[in-house]
Design a protein around this ligand. Structure first.
Ligand SMILES: CC(=O)NCCS(=O)(=O)O
Length: 351
């Protein structure tokens, strides 16, 4: 356990008392390049989508096929817009964000530090590794001990040769089926978590069996499941009974694709991307079943078209639009505060 971190939350500007977190989005990206999520072919009626300008005329196509449009897949160069949107988030009652960009989708803690300094938003950076197909050969060839050592260093000394420290491990990327490298990374994550008492966040593969299989691997390796967030449940578990079964395993349950309102899901075209209304129904189900201390929420902005500058909902959509929808659908203010303040705070505090 890292004695100097115990009882604190570690942001890119240093440690803070957990009470300073305020309203916290637990899964966002401010600086990333998600080219690994790109789809190799455009739909046949749009042969030139990859070379179209990003303008109003094309926004409908880009929203429908966000991963076919290569320029959409990077937030690099968007820092001024992101900074404006972080200020807007703060003006509307937001306070903190977990920035989950890990190795494989171009993380940059220096940029996160600049953004935190310019906006006053607490940014908690993620250490670790994204999905197998995005990783460089060194990670495939590394031993588990080497991966543990890098993640521990990122949290205790500083990441990428800087003195800027991460405050969470993840998002740790997994595919379906889970690959050998991803299993090694999960086992290393559990070992690093045991040493540090730190929070962990997981990106599961796109299959309803994936979240439970990840939890099994982490638990077998000694990980603390009660301090682990399972992301992207929106597009992973669709059945309320199966969700109740998964909730019993004890992780935090995260719906983090709020703001995506296109049901066509380019990554897996026979799965429907739910609407915000459907996300809220699933959340209400787990709240009604006694899991109000386990739910966290976010937007997982990772493409240009979801920034306000490009006609998207931005990082403030939950505060501005989703919370009122929740209250109108029987979720209490106390439960909203748990999802946005108390649960993120408990998760992010080092033990
Ligand atoms: C950055 C990232 O991996 N987001 C999740 C996208 S997905 O379509 O829900 O897998």
């Amino acid at each position: 356990m890292a004695a100097d971190l115990k009882g604190k939350v570690q942001t890119v500007l240093g440690c803070i008392d957990p009470s300073q977190l305020g309203r916290t989005l637990t899964h966002e990206h401010l600086w990333c390049d998600t080219t690994p999520l790109g789809m190799p072919t455009c739909p046949s009626f749009l042969p030139n989508l990859k070379s179209l300008p990003f303008n109003m005329q094309n926004l409908g196509f880009i929203r429908q096929f966000p991963y076919s449009y290569t320029p959409n897949l990077t937030l690099h160069g968007e820092e001024q817009h992101v900074i404006e949107e972080l200020k807007f988030f703060k003006q509307h009652g937001g306070s903190s964000m977990v920035e989950c960009t890990t190795l494989g989708i171009s993380n940059n803690v220096g940029m996160l530090k600049t953004m935190a300094e310019k906006t006053g938003v607490n940014i908690i950076a993620g250490a670790g590794y994204y999905v197998d197909s995005s990783l460089p050969p060194e990670v495939h060839g590394a031993t588990q001990e080497q991966l543990v050592s890098t993640m521990v260093q990122d949290i205790t000394q500083g990441a990428a040769g800087t003195s800027i420290r991460c405050g969470v491990i993840g998002e740790i990327g997994t595919s379906w089926p889970i690959t050998a490298t991803e299993k090694k990374v999960l086992q290393a994550t559990a070992a690093a978590q045991t040493q540090l008492g730190c929070p962990v966040i997981i990106h599961p593969g796109r299959n309803k069996e994936a979240p439970a299989e990840v939890i099994r691997i982490l638990a077998e390796a000694g990980g603390d499941i009660s301090r682990t967030v399972m992301s992207h449940l929106d597009r992973t578990i669709y059945d309320k009974g199966e969700l109740s079964e998964f909730a019993k395993l004890g992780s935090y349950l995260e719906w983090d694709l709020f703001g995506i309102e296109v049901s066509y899901y380019e990554q897996v075209t026979n799965l429907d991307m739910p609407s915000d209304a459907q996300r809220i129904q699933m959340i209400k189900h787990v709240l009604d079943n006694g899991y109000e201390d386990r739910v966290v929420i976010a937007h997982d902005v990772h493409t240009k078209h979801r920034l306000m500058h490009y006609g998207g909902h931005g990082y403030s959509h939950i505060l501005l639009n989703v919370v009122p929808m929740m209250l109108a659908r029987g979720i209490s203010q106390d439960q909203v505060d748990k999802m946005l303040i108390h649960n993120p705070r408990n998760w992010l505090t080092f033990k």
